[in-house]
Design a protein around this ligand. Sequence first.
Ligand code: SF4
Ligand code: SF4
Length: 365
Amino acid sequence: MEYRVLPHGGEKISVIGLGSASIHNADAAEVERTYDAAIDAGVNHFDFIPSESAPFEAMGRVLGRHRERVRIQVHIGALYGSGAYGWTTEAAPAIAEFERRLATIGTDYADFGFIHCIDEDADLDRVMNGGIWDYAQARHVDGTIRHLAFSTHNPHIARRLLATGAFDLAMFSLNPMYDYTDESEYGRGEASDRMALLQEFERAGVGVSVMKPFAGGQLLDAAQSPFSRALTRTQCIQYALDRPGVLTVLPGVRGEADLRELLSYLDATPEERDYSVLADMAPQSREARCVYCNHCQPCPAGIQIGLVNKYYDLALVGDELAAEHYRNLEHHAGECIGCGHCDSRCPFGVAQSERMGIIADHFGL
Ligand code: SF4
Ligand code: SF4
């Protein structure tokens, strides 16, 4: 497993986590087998918000065996009164459900307590002023919630929540379809604005856990994809993990077979992880822009081209840690020998060798 570090807190989070929206398709024994297998493989980050309440007891049994090894996202605002997932901004039922949920899964704390799925200003106003926000802050103070977090599909709402300075993690919908098309209400905002938001997350030290990395499966099926070509799970995971601020990707699984497919990402070759095919699929901005895909590797000077570009872009928007991250790299832009390999390989039309000179000048290295 590969791990990334939560900026506020320092916990190590597995790059592959698990969502739970599809796990109700498995019976209780398979739910347990799936989660046990995931934890054995090093997965340590789980979103506990299934589409139905049925899997909670099995999930709780797994948690009982592994509580210290895993971190869970628990949402304030999800309801399961009827057995199926529901949603509310009313404080009393949201709080009652949150507390019932912790009791059902047999724990007295949520590693991440979520302001749940807010996409509209009026809903956010109700959450912030109607009791849910006060409750979440109080539970954070008493340790029931270790980290405050939120989930949204809307960059504008994310920015309002970021402005509070109170959050350590955000769950955000992220995939190439949401970035490059307006085919879904879950992917609001232009690609450039969504990228700017991810840079703002990184600058604020707010980690991102990714929901809908496959656009609900649409990206995996040429017939359903707006690009008319299928991407693989591995390509979608790599795309999400290459965006600024992203710590972990949380796809849903229906059972152990789906889990095994996800985990194959860890053994995938650089070629299998390469998603530069997007250059032919997605409309690009007129300005050629590095998307950190690393299709132009290997660099004979050993420069990690995608990472160098990511830190440079973050530095330009005021991320104070970006320069330090850049300095910690083994090879820097100043070592570019101008061979032009990256220029000839880049499907996005980036004049990378020229850009290396600009980056070297910026960082003085
Ligand atoms: S220069 Fe092009 S190929 Fe290289 S990482 Fe950037 S977008 Fe990808
Ligand atoms: S031009 Fe520079 S950055 Fe690009 S592959 Fe050659 S040495 Fe590496």
